[in-house]
Ligand binder design. Structure first.
Ligand SMILES: [Zn+2]
Length: 221
């Protein structure tokens, strides 16, 4: 386990122990707390921490560098990067999709992630307009972004932003995130009314939430 990070938070009222997505345990020291007490707090919760860390370790994640043969999450499936034949320039196949690369024997991740992002810009944007029409929501603009910590967001003005990494997830999951943001145009909060509206347009939303929770690490967070 990585060493525990002790972070003082002047607004915190209590000691708190959390596990960041990258697996680093973070102990929060409240305004009037001490590191010594924070260490005692961590010790008290060591069983919880070990269990959470074990869960974190078991979650599959993307390799840091990608080459031919690496398995990556693509459209909801672990998919091997393969050499694609044909074409004058080197290209690789990820499932049914083919992407051009500059060079087959270098880290393919930067090139492929760039290509995935362009693909996401086309597909997720089109899908958002489609689902906006289906639900009768008034969307002004769709942007595809590279957020580090969120899947999507929206503004009251009707601008929906989606994380390009949603293209790595199953369609049922990216659809859920789009429906979620669309329903925020009706309810700008996470009230029960909001979740009822989500359930109406996306009855399986809880399964999608679980998928996102379990596979966040896959998507590079
Ligand atoms: Zn929300």
């Amino acid at each position: 386990m990585p060493p525990i990070e002790f972070v003082r938070n002047l607004r915190a009222k209590h000691y708190r122990l959390t596990l960041r997505r990258d697996g680093t345990p973070v102990a929060t020291i409240p305004a009037r707390g001490t590191e010594k007490q924070a260490r005692a707090f961590v010790k008290e919760h060591s069983t919880w921490l070990r269990r959470e860390y074990a869960r974190h370790e078991k979650r599959p994640r993307m390799a840091a560098e990608w080459s031919l043969g690496t398995k990556i999450m693509w459209r909801g499936e672990m998919t091997e990067i393969k050499r694609a034949t044909g074409g004058e320039r080197p290209q690789v196949a990820v499932g049914a999709d083919v992407f051009r690369v500059a060079e087959l024997w270098q880290d393919l991740r930067p090139t492929l992630e760039g290509a995935f992002r362009s693909r996401a810009r086309i597909e997720l944007t089109a899908r958002t307009w489609e689902l906006a029409a289906e639900t009768g929501m008034d969307v002004k603009r769709v942007t595809i972004r590279n957020q580090r910590t969120r899947w999507g967001s929206c503004t009251e003005g009707g601008v929906i932003s989606l994380n390009w990494r949603l293209i790595l997830a199953p369609v049922s999951v990216s659809d859920y995130v789009i429906y979620h943001e669309l329903m925020h145009l009706r309810e700008m909060n996470h009230s029960r009314r909001f979740w009822r509206a989500v359930a109406e347009v996306c009855p399986d939303y809880q399964a999608a939430e679980t998928w996102l929770d379990e596979h966040g690490a896959f998507l590079g967070f």
